[in-house]
Design a protein around this ligand. Structure first.
Ligand SMILES: [Fe+2]
Length: 200
């Protein structure tokens, strides 16, 4: 079953007020709206892009403290599959945390004992990322509950989560991703978001 952006927002609406903060919901809304703008500028399916953004962290419904990429990724994947959504929607829950098809390329640390580690490793390594999925990767690195430059957001993550063995590798791949979209657009992607200047 396909997931529209309206349906995705409805799923989020039902989650409001259930955890100690709704910040995780605001973050997903920011990612969806930001991703939608980029998709539109690239001539991709804007509504699908928004839906992917709105839902990518849905696995956090089981607890914000379970923020580990493997845990919330797999739980979100399982949840959307159970609701009957197609692989392309469920898959984003796992795929969004990792760059360069590498389960070790993330802003956090890979817990090799994490939920369904082998399954997720295989899933990430053998998936051909679409531009729609890469946009979610990128927007997750731009958004808190508002849109920031990726560079600022990466610093925000460093400050909150610390530096890990793979941090430099992850930042290099994130910068490549920004370049990838700048090249595709033919201009600096940040031009799409003039409000970024207010959030520096
Ligand atoms: Fe996210």
């Amino acid at each position: 079953m396909k997931l529209t952006s309206d349906e995705a927002l409805n799923i989020l609406k039902k989650e409001r007020g259930k955890l100690e903060s709704d910040m995780w919901i605001e973050h997903q809304i920011c990612v969806g709206n930001t991703a939608g703008k980029i998709a539109k500028a690239l001539g991709l399916d804007e509504d699908k892009e928004k839906a992917l953004g709105y839902i990518h962290d849905i696995g956090k419904r089981y607890g914000i403290k379970e923020r580990g990429a493997l845990v919330h990724g797999y739980k979100g994947y399982e949840y959307l599959k159970k609701l009957g959504y197609d692989e392309e929607y469920a898959g984003i829950c796992i795929l969004h945390s990792y760059l360069n098809n590498d389960i070790n390329c993330l802003a956090d640390i890979t817990d090799k004992n994490g939920l369904e580690y082998e399954f997720q490793k295989y899933y990430v390594e053998n998936h051909k990322y679409t531009d729609e999925e890469k946009i979610i990767n990128f927007c997750d690195l731009m958004c808190t509950n508002k849109v920031l430059t990726m560079e600022k957001r990466l610093i925000d993550l460093l400050v909150r989560h610390g530096v890990f063995e793979t941090t430099q590798y992850h930042i290099k791949e994130a910068l490549k991703l920004k370049q990838y979209f700048d090249n595709k657009l033919g201009y600096n992607l940040y031009n799409l978001f003039p409000e970024i200047k207010e959030n520096l």
